[in-house]
Design a protein around this ligand. Structure first.
Ligand SMILES: [Zn+2]
Length: 98
């Protein structure tokens, strides 16, 4: 029996869907933080990341109820960041025909 996915796995699935649907946007980055907006189920959320501290924060309810736990928005933004880096990498390289 596999009753109940781990909540974490469920959040990650949700996060992946948000990224794939293009609902995560990087809308600013200063010296100390990067800001994302994540168009989640309950509306647009503001996620910020402080690279120097390695700290993520989000303004959703889940995040305020469970400090220290990553919500789907934070996971989505993190995923977006890692994929974006990869994507940028790819597009900067010429495509070779097979
Ligand atoms: Zn959140």
């Amino acid at each position: 029996m596999t009753s109940g996915e781990a909540p974490r796995a469920r959040l990650e699935k949700k996060a992946r869907e948000l990224v794939l649907a293009g609902r995560v946007r990087l809308h600013g980055s200063g010296g100390r933080a990067m800001y994302f907006s994540v168009d989640g189920e309950t509306g647009e959320r503001e996620v910020s990341f402080a690279p120097t501290k390695g700290e993520w924060s989000c303004d959703c309810k889940y995040s305020s109820l469970k400090p220290g736990h990553d919500c789907s928005h934070i996971i989505a933004a993190r995923l977006f960041l890692s994929q974006g880096a990869k994507k940028a990498d790819k597009s900067s390289q010429p495509r070779y025909p097979e």
